[in-house]
Design a protein around this ligand. Structure first.
Ligand SMILES: *Cc1c(COP(=O)(O)O)cnc(C)c1O
Length: 397
C-alpha cells in the first residue's frame, strides 16, 4: 500500500514549486506564491478523482474524522457507532468532540456487521461510521438503509481504502461524509494529511471554516475575515499538499500494481482448501492494498505468522494481539486513561467498555491474517513470496 515506496521526481517537482516561492501556507500571500495553490489544486483533483462535490484538506486523517463529525453538528453526548476493528484514530476523533464511540462487532468483511449496528442504535445515536479496513469495504447499501430507517448520518472512514469502489463509486464519496488519510503509510501519501469529502454544501462550508479557526474565507484579507462560529486549526501545509497532489495523480498506477501483486499471492493461497478469503460486499472492488484471509482457528493463525517470520515473510499480521487496530488491546480506552479529566457524561457512557465482550469480532480477527501488498516488489519477488507463503501455511496445517 504505501505510496512512499515510489516517491520520486513527480513529488519532488511539486515540492520544488512550493520551495521556490516559500509560501508554505495554504491561505493568503497571493502576491508571493507565483500562482501555486497546491492545497486548492489537490482539493479539486480529489473532487474529480473521487467523484464528490467538495473536498476539504486537513492536517491528518484523524482530524478529517473529527472535522467531518463537527461539520455535521455531532458533539457532546452524541453516540457514533464504529467497528471494533479499526485504527485508534476512530475513537480518538469521536471523543475529541465529547461524543461517545459505540463499538460494535465486525463480520467476515472485517468491517461493521449491519445486524450488530442496528442492535446498537439508541435515541442518542447520531451517526454510523464504517471503517473500510485493509483496502476493502463495509456493506454500504445495508448501512445506508439502516441510516435511512433511523434518520442517521453515514460517515465513511476510507483512510485505508482510497482507490477502492463500491458499485462503481469511489469509497468516501457514498456516505453523507467521507474521510481520507494521507499519512506516510497510506496508498497515497502527503507525509501527513487528510481530507473530508461530501456532496453536502453546508457540511463542506462548516469543514472549511472549522478547520481554520472558524474563518469565513470571504474576500482576500485574512485579517478582515469574520468567524461565524468557533473553530480550530486543522490546516494542511502547502508542502504536504504538493506531495499529495503528485501522489493522487499516481493512484490508478498504484492500484494496478497492487492488483497484479495481490492476484499472484491470492492464486497461490487459493490452492489450500483450509484458506478462505475475506468477504467483499457485492459490487465492491478492492484497492488491493492488503490480502486478507482466514485460517481455521486462532492457534493456527499464530503458528502461520511464526512460520512466516521464520521464512522471511514480513508485513503480515494477525490483529488479535495488536494494540493499534483491535479492541482487545485497547486498555487505555477501556480504562479511560486520559491526561485530563473527561466529562462525567463521557465517563458514565463509556463504562460499558469495562465489561463488554466481542466474541463475533474475536472469531474473525483471531482467524485472520492480513498481508500488506507492496508497490516496490518485482514480479520475481512476488512469485517467490507467494510460494513461500503457501509452503509455510501448508507446513502448519
Ligand atoms: C490511518 C488511519 C486513520 C488516521 O489517519 P492519520 O492521518 O494517521 O491521522 C484513521 N482511520 C484509519 C482506518 C486509518 O488507517
Amino acid at each position: 500500500m504505501p505510496g512512499f515506496e515510489l516517491f520520486g521526481d513527480k513529488e519532488r517537482k511539486e515540492l520544488s514549486d512550493v520551495l521556490g516561492n516559500g509560501v508554505l501556507m495554504r491561505y493568503g500571500f497571493d502576491g508571493m506564491r507565483n500562482g501555486h495553490w497546491k492545497a486548492k489544486e489537490l482539493e479539486q483533483a480529489l473532487e474529480e478523482k473521487l467523484q464528490v462535490n467538495h473536498a476539504q484538506l486537513v492536517s491528518s486523517g484523524t482530524a478529517a474524522v473529527s472535522v467531518a463529525l463537527a461539520s455535521a453538528g455531532i458533539g457532546a453526548g452524541d453516540e457514533v457507532i464504529m467497528p471494533t476493528f479499526t485504527f485508534v484514530a476512530s475513537f480518538e476523533a469521536i471523543m475529541m468532540l465529547g461524543a461517545i464511540p459505540i463499538l460494535v462487532d465486525i463480520d467476515d468483511s472485517l468491517t461493521l456487521d449491519p445486524k450488530a449496528v442496528e442492535e446498537a442504535i439508541t435515541d442518542k445515536t447520531k451517526a454510523i461510521m464504517p471503517v473500510h479496513m485493509c483496502g476493502s469495504m463495509a456493506n454500504l447499501d445495508a448501512l445506508q438503509a439502516i441510516c435511512k430507517r433511523h434518520d442517521l448520518l453515514l460517515i465513511e472512514d476510507s483512510s485505508q481504502a482510497t482507490g477502492a469502489t463500491y458499485k462503481g463509486k469511489p469509497l468516501g464519496s457514498i456516505g453523507d461524509l467521507g474521510c481520507l488519510s494521507l499519512d506516510f503509510v497510506k496508498i497515497i501519501t502527503a507525509g501527513e494529511g487528510g481530507a473530508v469529502l461530501t456532496n453536502n454544501e453546508k457540511f463542506y462550508r462548516h469543514a472549511d471554516h472549522y478547520s481554520d479557526h472558524g474563518h469565513d474565507h470571504i474576500g482576500n484579507d485574512r485579517g478582515a475575515e469574520t468567524h461565524p462560529f468557533l473553530g480550530y486549526n486543522f490546516r494542511i501545509s502547502e508542502l504536504h499538499a504538493a506531495v499529495g497532489l503528485a501522489q493522487l495523480r499516481r493512484l490508478d498506477e498504484f492500484v494496478a500494481i497492487q492488483k497484479k501483486n495481490y492476484t499472484i499471492i491470492r492464486e497461490a493461497l487459493s490452492t489450500i482448501p483450509e484458506v478462505t478469503f475475506r468477504a467483499v460486499p457485492e459490487g465492491g472492488e478492492e484497492s488491493y492494498s492488503f490480502l486478507n484471509f482466514f485460517l481455521p482457528d486462532l492457534e493456527i493463525s499464530r503458528q502461520v505468522i511464526q512460520a512466516f517470520k521464520e521464512n522471511g515473510i514480513d508485513a503480515c499480521w494477525n490483529y488479535y494481539d495488536n494494540s493499534w487496530h483491535y479492541i482487545r488491546k485497547w486498555e487505555h480506552l477501556k480504562e479511560l486513561k486520559t491526561l485530563y479529566p473527561l466529562s462525567a457524561e463521557v465517563k458514565a457512557e463509556l463504562k460499558y467498555l469495562e465489561s463488554k465482550t466481542f466474541e463475533q469480532s474475536d472469531h474473525y480477527i483471531g482467524r485472520n491474517i492480513s498481508c500488506l501488498i507492496k508497490l516496490s516488489w518485482t514480479e520475481e519477488e512476488v512469485l517467490e513470496r507467494a510460494n513461500k507463503m503457501a509452503k509455510a501455511i501448508t507446513s502448519v496445517l
